[in-house]
Design a protein around this ligand. Structure first.
Ligand code: LLP
Length: 416
């Protein structure tokens, strides 16, 4: 559930009318709802309350400092994939001691940065990475807490670009090599084995692939215990899907309960790395209809947001709901492709949408809080959008709209 709704035909975020925000901040504009973020985060936290656990929000979904700060105030942990994300977490008041560091190729510098910040754990994805972390830790005379990301070879049944737990994917250590990898890690200097980790994909709408993966990991954990390697935490990754259209993904408590059930009486702290499930429906992208263009075969609504602002439709053929900011019962419904100004046919936000809109109106692309702004770019030398956080009756500008001069500030001409 989220806090975007119509009040007197006006789309609102909590108690703030989107049309007011558009007047103040212009478009394209990302608008987030604090109450929605807190509600979603708490859904995970409360679902696992009877077990030792840590919700490590996946920063890549939305890394705005205000978003991270809201999570930090809730006591959240963070799942990061770069030194940049670690810097953001710290700048937002997050606790580095609750950070897990995922990703297939952490650089020496990033490992050093993370060791100095005393993060909770490195999620290690390969043997060479184990060796690199061990070497950096030895040089710095520190002990690196590690977990191995296991690839359980499970079909998550999701889009191939965001499926990560199959043998052919680049992620993690194959389950059949896991035991040897742990033995190897146990012999490397300056490493402390603390966990087992997996992440099988994103936008999963069924519980069964998660449970299948966890059963494999629990069997591994039991097997490691027999070899004298004690695992303290199980990190189940992220991946819980959301409702974009008519999907019916399990709610966080059903998902967490299914996992908790499998743990039995094992003494394991449970880590979750949700990104999308917290943020997707906590944000919208608001855009102005510049022109209506009618052709022989189609009607286009050309809007001022484009694939550089929201690439999911172009990249994954993702479907996100598009609704008017002001409902106009007097305007006739028509079928539109909602397209942006970028010079590519793939530049669309939605196709075949029934909308009652006219030029000059505003539309909102729902479910844009996750993998929206963070995947945006400056393609076509377009400035990235502004971001606003609504909190009850208040709205805070949490990222200024980029200015053109910023875009080429680091560039230079050739010498004469
Ligand atoms: N943990 C790890 C190690 C991950 O790689 C990811 C996402 C997550 C957690 C969070 O997954 P979530 O709960 O958000 O599903 N750009 C794509 C999604 C890419 C997900 C990448 N990894 C999209 O817009 O659909």
């Amino acid at each position: 559930m989220d806090f975007f709704s119509y009040q007197n035909h006006q789309l609102s975020a909590e108690q703030v009318a989107i049309s007011d925000l558009v007047e103040r901040y212009g478009t394209p504009l990302f608008v987030y709802s604090r109450a929605t973020i807190e509600r979603h985060w708490n859904a995970f936290h409360n679902a696992a309350k009877d077990r030792k656990h840590l919700v490590c929000y996946a920063v890549k979904a939305n890394s705005n400092l205000a978003v991270l700060n809201i999570m930090a105030r809730l006591g959240s942990g963070f799942d990061i994939v770069s030194g940049g994300e670690l810097a953001r977490v710290i700048a937002a008041g997050g606790d580095p001691k609750k950070v897990v560091f995922s990703g297939v190729a952490k650089t020496e510098l990033e490992i050093e940065q993370a060791l100095n910040a005393e993060i909770y754990c490195f999620n290690v994805e390969s043997q060479p990475e184990l060796e690199r972390i061990s070497a950096v830790a030895t040089r710095l005379k520190k002990i690196a807490p590690i977990s191995l990301r296991i690839n359980p070879d499970i079909d998550a049944g999701t889009h191939p670009y965001i499926s990560t737990g199959l043998k052919e994917n680049k992620f993690g250590i194959p389950i059949e090599k896991a035991s040897d990898a742990y033995q190897y890690a146990s012999k490397l200097p300056n490493l402390n084995i603390v966990g087992v980790d997996c992440h099988i994909g994103s936008q999963l709408t069924e519980i069964s692939p998660f449970v299948e993966a966890i059963d494999k990991l629990l069997a591994l954990i039991d097997n490691l215990a027999e070899q004298g390697i004690v695992i303290h935490h199980l990190d189940v990754g992220g991946g819980l899907g959301v409702n974009y259209d008519d999907e019916t993904p399990p709610l966080p408590d059903a998902y967490a309960n299914a996992i908790v059930e499998r743990l039995g009486n094992r003494d394991l702290t449970l880590l979750f790395e949700p990104g999308r499930a917290i943020m997707a429906n906590a944000g919208i992208l608001v855009s102005k209809v510049e022109f209506i263009k009618e052709t022989e075969t189609k009607n286009f609504a050309i809007v001022d947001a484009a694939m550089n602002d929201l690439i999911r439709p172009a990249l994954y053929s993702a479907w996100q709901r598009i609704i008017p900011v002001i409902e106009k019962p007097q305007v006739a419904l028509a079928n539109y492709d909602i397209v942006g100004p970028v010079c590519e046919t793939g530049d669309f936000l939605g196709k075949d949408r029934e909308l009652a809109i006219e030029a000059g109106d505003y539309i909102a692309v729902r479910s844009s809080g996750a993998y929206g702004f963070t995947m945006s770019s400056n393609y076509n030398t377009r400035c990235r959008a502004a971001e606003v956080m609504v909190d009850g009756v208040q709205a805070h500008l949490v990222r200024e709209r980029e200015q053109v001069a910023q875009l080429f500030a680091g560039e230079s001409l050739l010498p004469e």
